[in-house]
Design a protein around this ligand. Structure first.
Ligand SMILES: [Zn+2]
Length: 234
């Protein structure tokens, strides 16, 4: 048995989330928003000290009654180092170019990329939540390389997150960079802080969505989006 909860997130004022997290550097030739270009999505790399993180990892284990330097368990000796490296990796977004092109053919149907892997860290427990995202947009003057949609999901996932904020940030970044007629993002994820501890709702998944533009305002477009997304889930 599985249960799921659905929360529709469609606050149009949430663009500040995306603006705060992104630093877009647009080529001088792409000064106007409708021109194609390569916006370098530069993650604000967190300050990190892996030596201190490793020491803290060893202290963390010791405080919980596990000695990483127990001579009878030599394989644990490098666990604090691996622990620090793993968390540093999960908290460091990779920079990439959000390459856009002129929509010269005038493609005006919905573009949907389904089942994008989502791997993020819950900001309340530092435990992973994993699942899939479905990302759609209705092009205007710009289209984007399809591989960039998974990359933008990854960009916002590699940090301490809530699923709700992740969903909003992906939607708002697409609005900011593509100026499309509409955007839809659905994220469905399982949170290990729910499945492994606490209430241990083993199969519970959480679904969040963010709709922008005509995907939010036009019932037919909205219905088309959810039909495409739900078709992907089963
Ligand atoms: Zn949590």
């Amino acid at each position: 048995m599985s249960s799921s909860s659905t929360r529709a997130l469609s606050n149009a004022d949430e663009t500040s989330h995306a603006r705060g997290a992104l630093k877009a550097v647009t080529a001088a030739t792409a000064a106007t928003p409708v021109m194609p270009g390569r916006a370098a999505i530069l993650a604000e790399a967190p300050e990190r000290d892996l030596v201190a993180a490793e020491a803290a990892g060893a202290q963390f284990m010791q405080a919980l009654g596990v000695d990483p330097y127990d001579e009878t368990r030599p394989d644990l000796a490098r666990t604090p180092q691996r622990f620090a490296a793993a968390y540093a990796e999960m908290l460091t977004p990779r920079p990439f170019d959000f390459t856009t092109f002129s929509n010269v053919e005038g493609y005006d149907e919905m573009v949907v990329v389904r089942d994008i892997a989502v791997q993020s860290l819950c900001e309340h427990h530092l435990l992973p939540f994993v699942g899939v995202a479905h990302v759609a947009y209705l092009p205007s003057d710009l289209i984007v390389g399809l591989s960039k949609l998974p990359r933008i999901v990854e960009h916002f996932a590699r940090r301490l997150q809530t699923q709700e904020r992740l969903t909003l940030q992906v939607a708002d970044a697409l609005v900011a960079h593509l100026h499309p007629r509409g955007v839809g993002v659905v994220v469905e994820a399982t949170h290990s802080c729910m499945t492994l501890r606490g209430v241990r709702t083993e199969h519970a998944s959480t679904k969040t969505s963010a709709l922008r533009g005509s995907l939010r305002s036009d019932p037919a477009t909205r219905a088309e989006f959810f039909a495409l997304v739900n078709g992907a889930l089963h």
